[in-house]
Design a protein around this ligand. Structure first.
Ligand code: ADP
Length: 587
């Protein structure tokens, strides 16, 4: 009997799994060393490593991965971070990235096994425990959505001393801000001054209004333009976002280059830093928790009802509610309800969570909606997945578009709607972006977005060669027409005028290899319509009156972009109005 007890005791000592909060921590008994595991992810192999020191799991790391940026990549990073914090295999899948999640979880389990963890030990560590989420909460401000607008609002409200809860439908923060290129338009930046580019809030305002066919609310556009510089300085100085020094982008429709681009040319830099700041200010973020209803008493918002799995959660918010749940570009039914053109034929660049929930909830409280039929389609996306292509940003450095016949058909720097509509009229509703070394050496798009480039190469959506003719042959484009088109365009470059399509922006020749050709198609991208707000981000009802304690910011709002949003304006919009909502609600 004693022997058995001793065996059990030593087993427990060696492999002790100590309860830690709501997880089972692997405390000791592992073999010291460095371990490696390779698993099949969504897009390719995921390689994870584990260092075991003094019998304990010290640190897991992702060595190599090729998951989708903005979703799979962030999902596996989140899971590894969670493992490192808890040293437990009680890890949840990330909604929308289940394959990537399972792969990295299998990798971590395999690593623990290699380090000597027994089946029993693994099972205990994996055991699902009570979730931390409670049935009810009380706070000052509740924010629906942890994208760029929601997190900016949360930071400002928390800085003003409010107790803030952000609820997020996905398992990750970031929304479309995360999957965006992160470019933000700013009038009067240091980047512009360093390059002797003259700009002003007035010019920015005029460009934005004009690009939206003068259908936006001029008061809101003015707020955005007037506050752009302050928003950028806030991101740089308070949030510590890093922008590339050597890049100032001119998106189509802007009269001067004015977009600062974060390092990596991805929204990840913005979201990571905003989230870090929010967490530092004790903002609580509840993931996998969609809001389903906004409560109202005597005409004022008082809190929300949310769901976590099957559990109902009530959140009382003494100062009010901020809706920052993004647009509805991925909700086909809602798209069709407001504009029957944007049906199932269109894939989308938006995340699966852009379902318009905030708009529906606000409407139930009497909020006024506007511009709901204005849906933007982004011209240069992956024709197979719908995902936006960042390699195709070579267009802003001067790349041109040709059709299957090898002919140009549009001003490549025109508005997104003009280009998209023009592409839809071409054979198979696709087009080809073409550029050479003169353009590639400016923006280095195939290097900066190397993973995307390699993935498209493997899917035969992009092709490069030292021989120009090769490009057209590869995609069965008429060689003679193609060569003629390129030669004609090169002759326009010398004079910097384009008599055919009035191309604006950068003029660079396509004369020296390596040459690139990329197949692209349009996808729904941004929904310009949404909730009506005033300059203080307060929600307005159908009688034109403020709904007390209810605010909205970001893509969920209508009226800032008119018929058509310009590139880089979404980030300015969400940061400016997110901050305003956070400040105003705590006034
Ligand atoms: P914005 O640019 O306006 O900040 P994003 O798309 O970046 O918009 O962020 C919106 C966020 O709101 C996304 O993370 C999305 O998952 C989240 N979201 C959408 N619907 C809900 C909901 N019903 N409850 C909570 N979060 C939501």
């Amino acid at each position: 009997m004693r022997k058995i007890t001793t065996i059990i005791l030593s087993f427990i000592m060696i492999l002790s799994l100590v309860a830690c909060g709501n997880t089972k921590k692997v405390e000791s008994g592992l073999k010291d060393g460095q371990y490696k595991s390779i698993q099949d992810g969504h897009n390719g192999k995921i390689e994870v490593s584990l260092e075991v020191k003094n019998g304990k799991a010290e640190k897991a790391e992702i060595i190599k991965q090729d998951e989708t940026p903005g979703l799979g990549t962030e999902a596996i990073e989140k899971i590894v971070k969670q493992f490192n914090e808890d040293k437990s295999l009680n890890l949840d899948d990330v909604t929308g990235a289940t394959v990537s999640s399972k792969a990295v979880k299998n990798g971590l389990k395999d690593l623990m096994k290699q380090a000597g963890a027994t089946e029993e030990m693994l099972k205990t560590s994996e055991k699902k425990t009570e979730r931390k989420i409670k049935d009810s909460y009380e706070c000052d401000v509740v924010i629906i959505g942890a994208g760029g607008a929601g997190l900016s609002a949360a930071i400002e409200a928390a800085e003003n001393g409010a107790k803030v809860i952000v609820i997020e439908k996905a398992s990750l923060a970031g929304g479309n801000t995360l999957v965006s290129g992160g470019g933000i338009n700013v009038a009067g930046s240091k980047h512009q001054k360093d390059r002797n580019i003259e700009d002003s809030a007035q010019k920015f305002y005029e460009d934005t209004l004009k690009a939206g066919d003068n259908m936006a609310d001029p008061k809101l556009v003015k707020v955005m333009a007037d506050n752009s510089l302050d928003a950028a300085n806030w991101l740089i100085n308070d949030i510590h976002v890093e922008f590339m020094e050597d890049r100032l982008q001119q998106f189509g429709g802007h009269s001067v280059p004015r977009a600062l681009v974060p390092v990596g040319n991805k929204g990840t830099e913005l979201i990571n830093k905003l989230l870090k700041k929010a967490e530092k200010l004790n903002v609580e973020v509840l993931y996998d928790t969609p809001a389903v209803e906004i409560f109202e008493e005597k005409g004022a918002a008082t809190g929300i009802k949310a769901k976590n799995g099957n559990k109902d959660i009530n959140i009382k918010a003494n100062k009010g509610v901020i809706i920052a749940s993004g647009g509805f570009a991925s909700n086909v039914e809602m798209r069709k309800k407001y504009n029957k053109n944007y049906d199932e034929r269109f894939k989308t660049t938006a995340t699966q969570f852009s379902t318009g929930d905030g708009i529906v909830m606000a409407e139930k409280l009497g909020a006024k909606l506007r511009d709901m039929d204005y849906i933007q389609v982004y011209p240069t996306c992956n024709p197979k997945t719908g995902i936006i292509s960042y390699v195709a940003n070579s267009r802003f450095d001067g790349a041109i578009l040709v059709n299957q016949k090898g002919e140009r058909f549009v001003n490549e720097m025109g508005r997104r709607d003009e280009i998209s509509n023009a592409i839809l009229k071409q054979d198979d509703s696709v087009a080809y972006l073409v550029w050479g070394n003169e353009i590639e050496s400016v923006g280095k798009m195939t290097e900066i977005h190397k993973k995307e480039f390699e993935k498209m190469e493997s899917e035969d959506l992009i092709y490069s060669s030292d021989n120009l003719e090769d490009l057209s042959k590869h995609f069965n484009i008429n060689v003679e027409n193609f060569t003629k088109t390129i030669n004609k365009f090169n002759s326009y470059v010398e004079k910097e005028t384009d008599p055919d399509f009035d191309k604006t922006g950068a003029f660079k020749p396509i004369k020296t290899g390596k040459f690139y050709i990329q197949k692209i198609a349009p996808s729904t991208h941004h929904t310009m319509g949404g909730i009506v707000i005033n300059e203080k981000a307060q929600v307005i009802n159908k009688d034109g009156k403020v709904i007390k304690n209810l605010y909205a910011a970001g893509e969920v709002v209508g009226g800032i972009h008119g018929t058509n949003r310009l590139g880089g304006n979404a980030i300015t919009d969400i940061i400016v109005f997110g901050r305003i909502a956070g400040k105003e609600i705590t006034k």
